[in-house]
Design a protein around this ligand. Structure first.
Ligand code: BG6
Length: 503
C-alpha cells in the first residue's frame, strides 16, 4: 500500500517478463515501469529480461514496447526516461515447453546479473496466458531459478485468472507450492492497485466513527457493482470460455467484498490482513445448486447502442460460438455466515455493454425505526447510503435526509460528497505501479494468498455448476446500452429492496 514512508528504492534486481511481446506487457507492465522510473522508484541496479518464444533483436523489441508506451502511457512520455528504461532490457528467446530453455536462461541471467550487479534478486513476471503458469513455474523450479539462496530473493508474479474453478485453482496452487514458498508468490488482482479500493481499509480502520455501525445492527444490505460499457471486443475466444462470473466475481468483486466485510486485522501487515480477508471469504455461505439458481441472474447482451457506438450482439462477436450461452452479466445474492453479517445480504452485479460505466460499493443503512416527523412515513424517507465510488469518479458519498427550508417540516434526501481529485493532486497511473513496486520491495499485503483464492472459487462454484446444467434456460438476453437483465431487478425486489440506479 502506497504511503510516503515507503518511498524507498527497491533492492537491485532482475525483472524477468514472460510474455514480453504480449498485450499485458505493452498495455500495463511497461507503462507502469515507466511511471516508476519517472518517480525514481526503480532500483539503481536494475535490468529487465524480456522472454518471447521467437528471437527478437533488442532494437525491434524496444521499438515495439516504445510504440505500446506511447499509446498506453498515462502521462506524456519523456524520451530520456523511456530510453533509460528500455536500455536495461535484454530480449531472450525461450520455448517454455522445452526444459533446456530454462537452463540456458539460468546461464544468461547469471551473466547479466554479474554485469549489472543485481545481486541475484529475481522477479519472474508471468504475463502469459494462464495455461503457461504451471509449465513455466515447473521449468524455473527444475533449473533452480526460484531457489532463494545466498541472501538473494526469488519472486513469482502470477496474473489472473488463477484457475477456472475450485478444482483447477487448488491444483494450480498445489503445483506451484511444491516449487516455491507462499511468501515468494505474488498473485495479482489489479483491483488492489486502485487507490479507492485500498482506501476502503483506511476508511474503515483509520476512522473511529464507521466501525461501530459496520454490522448487522445498522446495515440493511450491501451492493457491489462493476458495470462496464465496453463489450467483449477482440477477446471473444477468452471471454466465451470464461463468462462474467469467472472473469470478475471470485477476483475483483470479492476483493471489494472482503475489504468491506473483513474483521479488523490485528496489525497492518500481510499476514494479518490476508488472514482476515481469507476468513471472510471462507464465511460466504456455500449454496446448494438449487439455492444458487434462485439467488442469481445471468444475462447476455444483444445488439444496441451506447452513446454513438453501435455494439454488436455478443453472439456475433468474433471467436464467440454461435448460440453461445456464456453470460456477459451476472448478479448474485450472497450471505456471510458470521456474527457481524448474519442476515445482511450482499448483492453483487457485474456486466458488459451496459449504458454506464460504474464501479462502486454501496452500503445501505437501516431505516430510522419510526416516523417521528408528522406525515412522514418511514418508507418515504430517502435511503441512507454510504457509497464508495471506484469508477469513473473516485470518492465517497453519504446520502442522508435533511429538512427542506420553510415553516413546515418537510424532508428530502441530500448527498455529502468527497472526491479524490478535489483534495489530492494525483498523477494518472495504470494502477500497476503500486503492485509492481510492492513486488520489488517484498510487500505482499496487496496480493492474493492461496487460501483466499480457493475460498473465492468455493463460493462461486455452486453458481458455475448450476448455470452449466441450466444451459440456455434462465439466460436473459438484454439490450446493450441499458441497465442489464430485468431479472436482476427482481432479485432484489423479492427482498423488498432495489438496486441503486446506474445512470
Ligand atoms: C479484467 C477483466 O480483469 O478486468 C475484464 O478480464 C474487465 O473483462 C476488467 O473489463 C475490468 O477492469 P477495470 O479496472 O476496468 O474495472
Amino acid at each position: 500500500m502506497t504511503d510516503v514512508s515507503k518511498q524507498k528504492k527497491p533492492d537491485p534486481c532482475t525483472f524477468v517478463i514472460f510474455g514480453v511481446t504480449g498485450d499485458l506487457t505493452h498495455r500495463l507492465v511497461i507503462p507502469a515501469l515507466y511511471n516508476l522510473a519517472a518517480a525514481d522508484l526503480l532500483p539503481d541496479k536494475f535490468c529487465v529480461v524480456g522472454i518471447a518464444r521467437t528471437a527478437m533483436s533488442h532494437d525491434d523489441l524496444c521499438e515495439s514496447l516504445m510504440t505500446g508506451l506511447r499509446k498506453f502511457a498515462t502521462r506524456p512520455v519523456d524520451d530520456a526516461i523511456a530510453k533509460r528504461l528500455l536500455g536495461c532490457l535484454t530480449p531472450v528467446a525461450a520455448d517454455t515447453s522445452d526444459p533446456n530453455s530454462f537452463d540456458r536462461l539460468k546461464e544468461q541471467l547469471e551473466k547479466l546479473e554479474a554485469k549489472r550487479s543485481t545481486g541475484g534478486n529475481r522477479l519472474f513476471y508471468l504475463a502469459t496466458p494462464p495455461n503457461a503458469f504451471a509449465p513455466i513455474t515447473r521449468g524455473l523450479g527444475r533449473a533452480g531459478l526460484l531457489k532463494e539462496e545466498g541472501g538473494a530473493w526469488r519472486r513469482l508474479v502470477i496474473e489472473k485468472p488463477f484457475g477456472t474453478d475450485l478444482a483447477s485453482a487448488k491444483a494450480l496452487n498445489a503445483e506451484i507450492l511444491k516449487i516455491v514458498d507462499e511468501h515468494q508468490i505474488y498473485r495479482i488482482d489489479h483491483y488492489l492497485g486502485k487507490e479507492t479500493v485500498q482506501n476502503i481499509l483506511v476508511l474503515r480502520f483509520a476512522n473511529g466513527m464507521f466501525e461501530p455501525i459496520w454490522n448487522r445492527n445498522h446495515i440493511d444490505h450491501i451492493q457491489i457493482t462493476v458495470g462496464e460499457k465496453l463489450g467483449v471486443g477482440h477477446r471473444g475466444s477468452f471471454y466465451d470460455s470464461t463468462g462474467a462470473l469467472r472473469d470478475m466475481v471470485p477476483n475483483h468483486l470479492f476483493q471489494l467484498l472482503s475489504l468491506v466485510a473483513m474483521e479488523p486485522p490485528a496489525k497492518f501487515d500481510a499476514h494479518s490482513v490476508r488472514t482476515e480477508k481469507a476468513e471472510v471469504l471462507a464465511a460466504i455461505q456455500t449454496q446448494s445448486e438449487e439455492e444458487a439458481l434462485q439467488n442469481s441472474v445471468r444475462g447476455q447482451y444483444q445488439a444496441g447502442k451506447i452513446g454513438d457506438t453501435e455494439i454488436e450482439d455478443y453472439r456475433e462477436t468474433e471467436d464467440v460460438k454461435a448460440g453461445s450461452t456464456t453470460e456477459t452479466y451476472a448478479a448474485l445474492k450472497l450471505v456471510i455466515d458470521n456474527w457481524r453479517w448474519a442476515g445482511v445480504p450482499f448483492y453483487l452485479r457485474t456486466g458488459k455493454a451496459l449504458g454506464v460505466k460504474r464501479t462502486e460499493v454501496a452500503i445501505k443503512f437501516k431505516q430510522a425505526p419510526f416516523a417521528m416527523f408528522r406525515d412522514t412515513p418511514v418508507d418515504r424517507l430517502s435511503q441512507n447510503y454510504l457509497v464508495i465510488s471506484i469508477e469513473p469518479t473516485e470518492g465517497i458519498t453519504l446520502q442522508f435526509n435533511t429538512k427542506v427550508p420553510g415553516p413546515v417540516i418537510s424532508i428530502d434526501g441530500v448527498e455529502m460528497k468527497f472526491r479524490y481529485k478535489d483534495y489530492f493532486k494525483v498523477e494518472p497511473a495504470t494502477g500497476y505501479e503500486t503492485l509492481i513496486y510492492d513486488c520489488m520491495i517484498g510487500d505482499n499485503i496487496l496480493f492474493q494468498r492461496a487460501d483466499s483464492v480457493e475460498a473465492g472459487w468455493q463460493a462461486v462454484q455452486p453458481f458455475l455448476d448450476a448455470w452449466k446444467k441450466a444451459g440456455a434456460k434462465g439466460l436473459e438476453r438484454y439490450k446493450a446500452g441499458g441497465e442489464g437483465p430485468a431479472a436482476a431487478e427482481e432479485l432484489l425486489k423479492r427482498d423488498g429492496r432495489n438496486w441503486r440506479k446506474l445512470g
